[in-house]
Design a protein around this ligand. Structure first.
Ligand code: THU
Length: 162
């Protein structure tokens, strides 16, 4: 038996204003996308902005449905839209922001497991890291250099073949 350890480095910023300008711009785009969220059930509005290698930014927001599992998180709406509209263009980074009318979202929102799995596959097919920038409405911002750090041992497409 041997032990395998995973190391995850997370950068913590006291606020979005502390980020480098390009990351700040992406957080602002995600915050703008929050306004397009359709979340009448959770009342938790999430926005995501994806920066592609060609400089294009594609946004998305959570879209809920009365048949609850039919809804989709902001991150997957954004990356699926990016992939559909700009096929073959690698993703450089994704920023997430959130707001609620019920309370102040003063913490960074962390993506669910399904969104991590989806992001992880784009990291693999393009063979390059996707930086993940996690913010709320106010408060600290977390930056992770690659999705692999957020989902070690993800299920990978090569496991479908011998
Ligand atoms: N949600 C996202 O869109 N992204 C996240 O990272 C966390 C959760 C959405 C799903 C649902 O519409 C609402 O937030 C409450 O879970």
């Amino acid at each position: 038996m041997k032990k395998i350890e995973f190391k995850t480095v997370i950068q913590e910023f006291d606020s979005a204003e502390e980020l480098p300008q390009n990351d700040q711009d992406l957080v602002n785009a995600a915050a703008g996308a929050v306004k397009t969220s359709y979340a009448p059930y959770s009342k938790f509005n999430v926005g995501a902005a994806v920066l592609l290698q060609n400089g294009v930014v594609v946004t998305g927001s959570n879209q809920e449905n009365v048949a609850y599992p039919s809804g989709l998180c902001a991150e997957r709406v954004a990356v699926f839209a990016a992939s559909a509209q700009h096929p073959g263009i690698p993703i450089e980074s994704i920023a997430i922001a959130a707001e609620s009318k019920e309370f102040e979202v003063n913490f960074p929102v962390t993506p669910c497991g399904s969104c991590r799995q989806v992001l992880s596959e784009y990291e693999q097919i393009y063979g390059r890291n996707i930086k993940v920038i996690l913010s709320g409405h106010t408060g600290k911002v977390l930056v992770v250099e690659k999705v692999e750090d957020l989902l070690p041992l993800s299920f990978k497409a090569d496991k479908l073949k011998k």
